[in-house]
Write a protein that binds this ligand. Sequence first.
Ligand code: HEC
Length: 709
Amino acid sequence: MKIIKTIAVIILLAGCKSAPKNKYDTWSEYLGGADRNHYSTLAQIDTGNVQQLKIAWTYETPDSGQMQMNPVMVNGVVYGVTAGLKVFALDAASGKEIWLYKDSLASNGTSRGVAYWENGTDKRIFITVAANLIALNAADGKLIPTFGINGKVDLHTGLADEAKDKFITSTTPGTIYKDLIIMPVRVAEDAGAAPGHVKAFDVRTGKLVWIFHTIPQPGEKGYETWPKEAYKNINVGAVNNWAGMAVDVKTGTIFIPLGSAAPDFYGANRKGANLYANCLLALNANDGKYKWHFQMIHHDLWDRDPPAPPNLITVTKEGKQIDAVAQVTKQGYTFVLDRNTGKPLFPVNEVPMPASKLPGEQAWATQPVPSLPKPYARQVDQLTENDISPFANNKEELKKMFIAADKRLFAPPDTSNVLLFPGYDGGAEYGGAAADPYKGILYVNANEMAWFLKMTTEEQFTEFVKNMGRGGANAKKSAGEQIYTIHCAACHGKEREGNAASGFPNLTGVAQRLDQQTASQVISNGKGKMPGVSNISKEDKQQLVEFLYGVEKKEALSDFLSKMKTDKFMHSGYPKFLDNKGLPAITPPWGTLTAIDLNTGQQLWQSTLGITPELPNQDTNPTGCENYGGPIVTENGLILIAATKDGMFRAFNKYTGKLIWQTKLPAASFATPAMYSINGKQYIVLACGGEKLGTPKGNKIIAFALPEL
Ligand code: HEC
C-alpha cells in the first residue's frame, strides 16, 4: 500500500511541470483558497456514497435570516458570520460554539464570510461591520487593540474629504496576501457613491499600505477615459470590487473584478469608456502597482458588475500549459485570459451595439463578445415570441409586453422597456464558479430570469423637480416623503408597496417589523441587494425615517434638493418579467448548472438546477429555479450545490452533469458550502438562512458527513 502511494506521488509530481500544487484538502480561505476554485481533493465522500450523507451537527445562530456566508476552517475551528453579522468560532467536529463576537454596530446585513491570517501564535479573524474592518483574536474572539484604533480601521481611510461621510462597507471578506489584507468594498450605486478605490492594509497594525485609484486621477493611466472632473467624485463614483478577488501567490499578482461606475443606468456625467469600471484588473499585490487590465463592458449602462471573484486555473492549448484567469459575468460570457498578460485565450470581438436615444447619453459603439466559450445562459437576442412560458395563463398579455420591449443585445436604457436578459443579478451571481484547477474545467450555476429596465421620462423628471419645492403641487408631501420618492421609490414602490417577486419589501408595515434604529441602520448600511444611502444629510434621513414611521410631518423642508445629486433620467425600478402567477414569463430553464472546458472553450454539459414545486413533472422535467450561492467541485467527481430557491442541497456527477442525490435543507441556503476533514472525517458545511426570494427564514449552520460505519 505504502509503495503504491509512493509511486502515485512520484507520478503525480512528474506529471506536474508547473510550480508545486496547492493543497486542496483545506478550506482556510474564502471559496476554498486564494485561487477561488471551490475545489477539494478530499475523497471520503464520492459519487458512490454521497447518497448516505447525514447531518453530523447543527449550529443554531442567535439571529436568523439570509446568509451568503462561505465559512472557513482552520486548526479544527470553523469561523463564519451570522445573518446579524455576529462572528462565530465553532468546534469543526461537533459544531459547538467556542466564541461569538457581536459588534456594537452589527445588525442584519450581508457578509460572505471572514478572512483568516496567522503568523506563529498570532492568529487573526477579519470581518467588516458597517464601515469598519475589524481584527479579532482567532482564539477568543476579542478585538486586537493594536490593530487600527482599538481593533478597527475605517474603510473611508485613504478617500478624499468629499467621500468621508459616504456609504462604504464590505460584504465579501478581504484577500490575505503575506501580511496584507486587500479589501473589496461595497458603496452606493447612485450619483453620490463613494469611489471604489482598492486598498491594502497591514494585517498587524491596520495601516494603509497601498491604494489603487479605480477612478484614475490626473496623470494616472485611464484618466483620459472619463470627463476631466470625474475623479473629484462629485456626481460620479463607485467602480468598486464588491465580489472579492483572487490572488496568484506564485507571482504575487492580485486579480480584481471591478464593478460599474455610478450612477448605474445613466452615464451622461461619465462619458467615455470609464476605466477601470467593468475591468478585470491585475495588480502587484505587494505594492498595488498596475500590471494589466481587460475591460469586459465599455461605459456600462446595465449595472453589469462582475459578480464573483475570477478562477485561477491552468489550461492546455496546443500542447502548452498556460496559467489562465477566467471571469464569469452577469451577462453569461466567460472571459478566459492569460494570467501574465491579460490577453484573451479565445478571440474577443468588438461587436457594434445600438446607440442611445436618451439626451445626454452616449452608449459605447461596440462591446466585447468572446468567440468562445459560448454563453452559459441564453441571451436576450435569442428569445422569440415562442419563448413565452408554456405555463402562463396570460400568454397574450405577456407576448404584447415581450414584443414591445427592446430585445437587442446591449440595448441601452430608454424611457420604454428594455428586456434585460440575463437579468440585473445575472447570469452568474455572487456564488461564482467552481473549477478543476489543473484540468481547466469550470462549473458555473446561473439564472435565466428576464427583468425590465426603464428610465423615467424627461417630463416626469421635470414635473418631479418642479413640484419638489415648498410651493409646488407636492407641497402637501412632507420632506420625508419627497426624499423617499427620490431615493427609495425605484425599489420599494411609489406607495411603499414593495415588489415581493423582485425581493423588495413592502415598507408600509415597517413599523411593525423593525424599530426605528434598525431601519435607520438599514438605510445607512444597506442590506442584501439594497445599497446604503450616502448622499442625504442626517436631518433628511431623520425626516425620511419619521415619514416611514408615520410621525407627523415636519414643517421645515431642508434644502436637500440643492445638495442632492441625481440624474436627469432616473431608473424606474427592478421588475421581473413574470406571469400572473408570479412565475417567470419566459420558457424554462430558469436555473442551470454548466460545465465548460476552458482548454477548448467547449461546453461539456448543461443541467437544469432546481425545481418549481407549483408546476407538474418536476421529477422528470425540472424547470430549474432562481439560485444564488456557488458549487463545490471535488477531484473525485462530485459537484455539491445548494443555492436554489426550492431549498434543496444537491450532488451532481461532475463528468456527466447527472443529479445523483438531493436532500431538503432546514431553510434555503443562498451560500457556497465549505469542505474539510477533521479526525479522519470529511464534512460539508453550509449556512441555511433562507429569507431571499421570499423563502422562510432560517438560522442553522449545518454540517453533513457520512454516518459512522
Ligand atoms: C436598489 C433597490 C433599493 C433601494 C434604492 C432601496 N432599497 Fe430598501 N431594501 C431593498 C431590498 C432588496 C431590501 C431587502 C434586503 C434584504 O432583506 O436582503 C430592502 C430592505 C429595506 C428595509 C428593511 C425592511 C424589512 O422589513 O426588513 C428598509 C427599512 C428599507 N429597505 C428602507 C429603504 C429606504 C428608506 C430607502 C431609501 C432611502 C431604500 N430602502 C432604498 C432594496 C432597495
